[in-house]
Write a protein that binds this ligand. Structure first.
Ligand SMILES: NC(=O)c1ccc[n+]([C@@H]2O[C@H](COP(=O)([O-])OP(=O)(O)OC[C@H]3O[C@@H](n4cnc5c(N)ncnc54)[C@H](OP(=O)(O)O)[C@@H]3O)[C@@H](O)[C@H]2O)c1
Length: 324
């Protein structure tokens, strides 16, 4: 039995789908308040609970051979905090895995940046990596580069969400909704991409679906045992190149407008007293103003993941009808 914690999210949903396709017994950890309807009828077990409810974690881990954890507090649905969800919640999840002798804990993490400690979502990823390594569990830490599904959207388009079952960018959180309302039509409508950072920044953008494949393929894989693996997409691209790919797929010129990382750093600090999650989102924009040029192919090859190129990703989405 594979337990998926974060099963209603974008990556978690794709993980569940892949487990079902592989014929592996899966258990989806979902909150009663979650939008989990799309997971019903797939033949997966639903374990109701919350990372903030230790008893529900204990029950969910019983009989689990591996846990894939993608749950996070970045785009909250209802009252939430990083300390409760990614702090205490993951501590309790790790303890439940120890108690029930779970054979492998596969954790979706983030790249290392120079300012991890200043942004809660990155700070807690580093903390949970440390906890896992100290836990004695056989843990796989998968540090993924920027998701095309999110970052190709944040720069000015809702196109990346087309065809996705549970896109993160469509989660109902006031600040994200406001942000996407403001930028969502910039690329197709105005031919402008709003970029965090500068023209020198480059990333190995990866499709969320490929990250899900890597997480599933890591189950029981010798290359993933007690390992920290970095994974990115097949190419390391500048934002200028991403804008060019959009332009070709849409048949229009797309120019880049750069907002320096320092702008987001200041907005992160200004929002911090009012909203932890909104401040964190600004912090993420600051952190991605540093390059993450992962050599994605090595981990992908080791785990047998065929990586999607940015061109193929954008063209496939542009080919789908809006709202699909
Ligand atoms: N976006 C990127 O570029 C990128 C790059 C590298 C790594 N990552 C990491 O990848 C992960 C993102 O995965 P994703 O896109 O699938 O996230 P997502 O779509 O935002 O989904 C979040 C999941 O966490 C669950 N969750 C939140 N609070 C919970 C709680 N208290 N108890 C139980 N479950 C809870 C949510 O459940 P509900 O639906 O009930 O709220 C949902 O299933 C993050 O950890 C992120 O840091 C992202």
């Amino acid at each position: 039995m594979i337990l998926v914690v974060g099963a209603t999210g974008q990556v978690g949903t794709a993980v569940v789908r892949k487990l079902v396709a592989d014929g592996r017994p899966a258990r989806a950890f979902v909150r009663r308040t979650s939008n989990y309807q799309h997971l019903q009828g797939l033949g997966v077990e639903l374990a109701f609970g919350d990372l903030r409810d230790p008893a529900s974690l204990d029950a969910a881990c019983q009989g689990a051979e591996a846990v894939i954890a993608t749950a996070n507090a970045i785009v909250p649905q209802g009252p939430s905090s990083f300390a409760a969800v990614e702090g205490k919640g993951y501590q309790d999840l790790i303890a439940a895995c120890q108690k029930h002798s779970v054979q492998q804990f596969i954790f979706l993490s983030v790249p290392v940046t120079p300012h991890d400690s200043a942004v809660p979502s990155f700070r807690y990823k580093r903390l949970n990596e440390e906890r896992l390594q100290a836990s004695g569990l056989n843990c796989t830490i998968l540090r993924a580069s920027l998701f095309m599904d999110c970052w190709f959207a944040f720069i000015g388009s809702t196109i990346p969400a087309r065809g996705a079952e549970a896109p993160t960018i469509e989660r109902q959180y006031w600040f994200l909704e406001l942000f996407m309302k403001g930028v969502g039509n910039l690329i197709p409508g105005a031919g402008a991409a709003l970029i965090p950072g500068n023209a020198q920044v480059r990333h190995a953008f990866i499709a969320a679906d490929d990250v899900a494949s890597a997480l599933v393929n890591a189950i029981g894989h010798p290359a993933a045992a007690r390992a920290i693996l970095e994974i990115g997409g097949p190419e390391v691209l500048s934002w200028q190149q991403v804008a060019g790919i959009y332009g070709q797929a849409l048949g229009r010129k797309v120019r880049t407008v750069y907002a320096p990382g320092s702008v987001f750093r200041v907005m992160r600090a200004a929002m911090s007293p009012f909203s932890e999650a909104a401040s964190d989102i600004m912090g993420l924009n600051w952190l991605v103003s540093y390059s993450t040029p992962y050599a994605g192919r090595k981990t992908a090859a080791a785990l047998g993941v065929r990586l999607t190129s940015a061109d193929a990703f954008i063209r496939s989405k542009v080919g789908l009808a809006a709202g699909s």
